[in-house]
Write a protein that binds this ligand. Structure first.
Ligand code: COA
Ligand code: AMP
Length: 635
């Protein structure tokens, strides 16, 4: 079948507002106006101004009212605990109404914020939907972040409540969440009124009288009383959620997502990009703490009337590298979305795909990869093993959905290895040089998107309009800066080559090396430091820290290195995967004092590099090479 992509993309270019008006017809609105976009509102305009809606209604009620009450809406499969559960749309709505009643009893109303700190359990999705039902703005914090990171988010979002589980479970260990929350509340200036804790069997939490409540008990009471909560009407432009993501400093950016544009874009993507029919099972093997989890575990599949999967496990080790195939065959998954790192992990354990052959995957139609560069070797292995289209697509927390991809629903375009293919409607993607001039085909430069941005993309940062402008709009007037560098070829295919800032990508998780440097700098023996991302076969990149110690420090360098590793784990969390700290005598710098992080990375990755013309002392590069070698990193 010839792809309809070019025709559809052109139809958006010819009439962008008409395109998004048609797409909006897929959503049930409380009220609409003739105005699809107001260029004068917000930082670059706002989508569907004055339209009214409720995201939870669109995810649940309308499917219960119109033909899907008994269809599974959410399947929970937890190889790590051996548990599973399934909720129909009707059952999920009942749970969410009970949840919303509990939140309302604690005084949460439209516009209030709630932080959700939960592992991959159904209650995490219920919490998000219950907030959406009330117009409460949720902010999910990934369980792998430490108390300090949680405290930063509490102070920025100033939530009325924290919704949590008593624990998360990682292979071989139970992580008690409550002490982390208590510590975070201790550290934060803002103090939430309430903490609602879902007590898990694996480890219950001690509750502080007055502030903490047993969520399960309260929900049981609300359910038994048959409490219902009508969806609260919000404006399309009202925030649905805040999701914090790494910026260039330790202070994360609060990406704001609106209600209306978000629903429209996600709904469009389910048919046209992912080629999924309502009623099918869609599985995003990510975590609700990340944007992929927000969009494609919680909201998009439910908006589309699909069954979504909540998977609490790992691609390997729970119990083996066949777990993805078991889940796909057991639950009739039509499409899987995950990060390439998960496939690298599976391939390492089961290079010949022997475990794949054990399962019936005849229902399985496509694999989507995002979150980091999909290396052609991994993509080709997946195609060979699974015999389905494997689609790389590029997006960011900021956008909430795909910027560049290969739209299976419009007909797959030819694949060019290493390229996530072409821009989705709504995105006019260009490559500019540092002075903002357009670059020709196949020339590396800054990837930008011409304003206005399409529905779902962040309108601003939470309580930080100026930071939003400075971070994204100031450098290239009229464009959104993606902070990715890349090329567009003569056929309009994009390739992402690198970040232009200090963000690194570790196992599909976005991390700031600047944030890690801020932590290392707090160690009393450290005079200065630098963190770089070095290539890793499994996780894509790994952070590697260099520290110059203050003069006169006579303690064992090995001990200090261990302390530095521990410090990052304590302050940022295990998710930073910070395991390499190296003490050195000096850091390589330019004559003006800028640390040559790029050259250090090239050395660590064994790439050939040009001696920077402005380097102060070339001999330091040899010292870095030796230090890396002595820590087992072959350069
Ligand atoms: N709560 C607490 N700790 C967590 C956690 C959570 N929710 N998630 C991860 N961690 C911990 C891990 O236990 C690990 O701790 P350790 O240093 O004690 O081993 C550390 O954080 C690093 O985790 P991770 O990077 O996930 O490494 P891993 O070795 O546990 O697993 C993969 C490697 C490849 C299997 C795993 O990263 C993976 O499944 N990646 C998919 C990525 C993904 O879903 N990305 C989302 C975008 S699509
Ligand atoms: P996050 O906001 O965590 O989704 O991370 C977004 C960043 O991850 C992007 O800016 C890219 O640097 C990287 N990224 C995401 N998807 C891809 C992809 N398909 N190919 C290359 N890089 C990607």
């Amino acid at each position: 079948m010839a792809s309809r992509y070019h025709e559809v993309y052109q139809s958006w270019k010819d009439d962008p507002l008409g395109f998004w008006k048609t797409a909006a017809a897929e959503i049930d609105w409380v009220s609409t106006t003739d105005k699809v976009f107001d260029p004068d509102q917000g930082q670059y305009g706002r989508w569907y101004p004055d339209w009214e809606c409720n995201t939870c209604y669109n995810c649940l009620d309308r499917h219960v009212e119109r033909g899907r009450p008994g269809q599974p809406a959410l399947i929970y499969d937890s190889p790590i605990t051996g548990k599973s559960a399934s909720y129909t749309f009707e059952e999920l709505l009942d749970e969410v109404e009970a949840f919303a009643a509990v939140l309302r009893d604690r005084g949460l109303e439209k516009g209030d914020r709630a932080i959700i700190y939960m592992p991959m359990i159904p209650q995490a999705v219920m919490a998000m939907l219950a907030c959406a039902r009330l117009g409460v703005i949720h902010s999910v914090v990934f369980g792998g972040f430490a108390a300090n990171e949680l405290a930063t988010r509490i102070d920025d979002a100033t939530p009325k409540a924290i919704i949590a589980a008593s624990c998360g479970i990682e292979p071989g260990r139970v992580i008690a969440y409550k002490p982390l929350i208590d510590q975070a509340i201790e550290l934060s200036t803002h103090k939430p009124d309430a903490c609602l804790v879902f007590q898990r069997e694996e480890q219950a939490a001690d509750l502080i009288a007055g502030r903490d409540h047993d969520l399960g008990v309260l929900m049981d009471e609300a359910r038994a009383a048959g409490r219902t909560v009508a969806p609260v009407t919000v404006k399309a432009t009202d925030p649905l959620y805040i999701l914090y993501t790494s910026g260039t400093t330790g202070q994360p950016k609060g990406v704001v997502r609106d209600n209306g544009g978000h629903m429209v874009a996600l709904k469009w993507s389910m048919s046209n990009l992912y080629d999924i029919e309502p009623g099918e099972v869609f599985w995003a093997a990510s975590d609700v703490g990340w944007v992929v989890g927000h969009s494609y575990i919680c909201y998009a599949p439910l908006l589309h009337g699909c069954t979504t999967m909540v998977f609490e496990g790992k691609p390997v080790g729970t119990p083996d590298a066949g777990v993805f195939w078991r889940v796909i065959s057991e639950h009739n998954v039509a499409s899987l979305f995950t990060a390439p790192t998960a496939f690298r992990a599976i391939r390492k354990e089961d290079p010949n795909g022997e475990l794949i052959g054990k399962y019936d995957l005849s229902q399985f139609r496509s694999l989507f990869l995002a979150g980091e560069r999909a290396d052609p070797e991994t993509v080709n292995w997946a195609i060979d093993q699974l015999q389905v289209p494997v689609i790389d697509h590029w997006w960011q927390t900021e956008t909430g959905w795909c910027i560049v991809g290969n739209p299976l629903g419009l007909g797959q375009l030819p694949v060019k290895p290493g390229s996530p293919t072409v821009p989705m409607p709504g995105y006019d993607v260009q490559v500019l040089d540092d002075a903002g001039h357009p670059l020709g085909a196949n020339t590396l430069g800054n990837i930008v998107v011409k304003l206005p941005l399409p529905p779902s993309v962040l309108p601003t940062l939470w309580n930080a309009d100026q930071r939003f402008f400075d971070a994204y709009l100031a450098e290239f007037p009229g464009y959104y800066k993606t902070s990715d560098a890349g090329i567009i070829d003569e056929d309009g295919y994009l390739s992402i080559m690198a970040r232009t800032d200090d963000i690194i990508n570790v196992a599909g998780h976005r991390l700031s090396t600047g944030g890690m440097e801020e932590v290392l700098a707090t160690h009393p023996d450290v005079a200065e430091c630098a963190v770089i991302g070095i290539a890793d076969k499994l996780k894509g990149q790994l952070p590697c820290g260099f520290a110059v110690l203050k003069s006169g420090v006579e303690r064992s360098h090995e001990d200090i290195e261990k302390e530095l590793v521990r410090l990052v784990r304590e302050k940022i969390g295990p998710v930073a995967a910070f395991k390499i700290a190296i003490t050195v005598d000096r850091l390589p710098k330019t004559r003006s004092g800028k640390i040559l992080r790029g050259t250090m990375r090239q050395i660590a990755d064994g790439e050939s590099y040009k001696m920077p013309a402005t380097i102060d002392d070339p001999a330091i590069l040899d010292e870095i090479t030796d230090a890396l070698k002595s820590h087992g990193i072959s350069t």
